[in-house]
Ligand binder design. Structure first.
Ligand SMILES: *Cc1c(COP(=O)(O)O)cnc(C)c1O
Length: 388
């Protein structure tokens, strides 16, 4: 029997709701990955990615695999055995970066901050002073495991001051909050398609500065991964490349990415960021009226990922299961030290709409034990936040 998925509203940490326009693009006829019409589409995707990342970097393309593969592309191409990298660790994904750096033969110098806090630039600067041998600084701009934003401009500037290249994870930030690759002076930046771009999962946009491209060209040893070796990938994706076969591109997923990027372009980057901020304010008003407390301080909160503490005595998994079963609404659980203690409510991309905010607040009112009295005021609070 064919598979027909249930109709869910995706308010977890990704994937987010994919718009009918993107799904329609995905369903168009498959053509060859070397077809001249497809090559034209690839060029347009690169232009649109530069727009989304706010960069003029020539080396900008979507890796044919999910966000973790974009992370690994940056790591395996920029780390050579014996290299040292300073890594901001304030959640799951900073630790994943460390693990990849070690597997690539490098030394990861983990700089820890508490989960829910941003990466502390003072600690990164101390580590840079203590480790003059370091050649990279890596951090996560938007930590999806906690909902904390870090100051990418400041961290990239610190890296540059100490002659290090920066690796920046913008998987959850791209399209949701300001990402400004050239203004930050970031060197290697990766993202994902299923968070604030609201495309299907399975692709990872990446962009590299000229400094990073030069380091990749002048490596002494080839990267440990054949598939992610950019010097090989560029034979297919590079500008002016022969477009020689490297791997079979995920043709239909790239139609979908093109459409998702067009939608972002039509809305405008600033307008998309403002929509995320506005709908976050509405959601926060509703959640706070229900007595739920945010993990992250207001200044560092990500609008697209709202981590709130589970009230004492509430079975968090049971509430999530009822939201899914009774309301077709997916929210996320906590990870690592926050497992069992928080819910992570996503407002990513196409999901960041008032109807979803109101749905989520009403569903929580229905399913949170003891929410009864606060229910009406919580929905009113979320509804009352100005719509534009
Ligand atoms: C989701 C995510 C990733 C990994 O992306 P996948 O597509 O799941 O591989 C990496 N970093 C951050 C910050 C993420 O939110």
């Amino acid at each position: 029997m064919s598979f027909h998925p249930p109709q869910r509203t995706l308010m977890g940490p990704g994937p987010s709701d994919v718009s009918p326009r993107v799904l329609a693009a995905l369903g168009r006829p498959t053509i060859g990955h070397l077809d001249p019409a497809f090559i034209e589409l690839m060029d347009e995707i690169k232009v649109l990615l530069k727009f989304a990342f706010r960069t003029t970097n020539e080396l900008t393309l979507p890796v044919s695999a999910p966000g973790s593969a974009g992370m690994e592309t940056c790591v395996v191409n920029l780390v050579e055995p014996g290299d040292s990298a300073i890594v901001g660790c304030n959640g799951v994904f900073g630790h994943r970066l460390c693990e990849m750096i070690r597997r690539a033969g490098g030394t990861a110098i983990a700089v820890e901050d508490a989960w829910g806090e941003p990466v502390d630039p003072n600690k990164i600067e101390d580590a840079l002073k203590r480790h003059p041998e370091a050649s990279l600084v890596a951090f996560v701009h938007a930590e999806t495991s906690t909902g904390a934003r870090s100051d990418a401009a400041v961290l990239c500037a610190l890296a540059a001051e100490h002659d290090c290249l920066s690796i920046v994870d913008t998987v959850t930030s791209l399209g949701g909050i300001e990402v400004d690759v050239d203004a930050w002076g970031a060197d290697a930046v990766y993202s994902g398609t299923q968070k604030c771009l609201s495309c299907v999962p399975g692709l990872s946009p990446v962009t590299f500065s000229e400094r990073a491209a030069e380091r990749i060209r002048s490596r002494e040893t080839p990267p440990v991964s054949w598939f992610l070796d950019l010097n090989l990938v560029l034979g297919y994706w590079g500008s002016g490349a022969r477009r020689a076969y490297h791997h079979t591109a995920p043709v239909n997923s790239l139609y979908a990415l093109h459409e998702a990027l067009l939608i972002l372009k039509e809305e405008g980057l600033e307008a998309a960021w403002q929509r995320h901020a506005r709908e976050h304010r509405a959601l926060a008003a509703g959640l706070e009226a229900l007595g739920l407390q945010f993990v992250v301080a207001p200044e560092w909160r990500l609008p697209q990922l709202n981590a709130v503490r589970v009230p004492a005595g509430v079975d968090e998994a049971a509430v999530r299961a009822r939201l899914l079963r009774e309301h077709d609404l997916e929210i996320g659980a906590g990870l690592g030290p926050l497992a069992g203690q928080v819910w992570r409510i996503g407002l990513m991309g196409n999901t960041a709409r008032r109807r979803n905010v109101l749905r989520c607040v009403s569903a929580l009112c229905a399913e949170l034990p003891g929410a009864g009295d606060a229910a009406a005021s919580a929905v009113a609070a979320a509804s009352g936040v100005a719509r534009d």
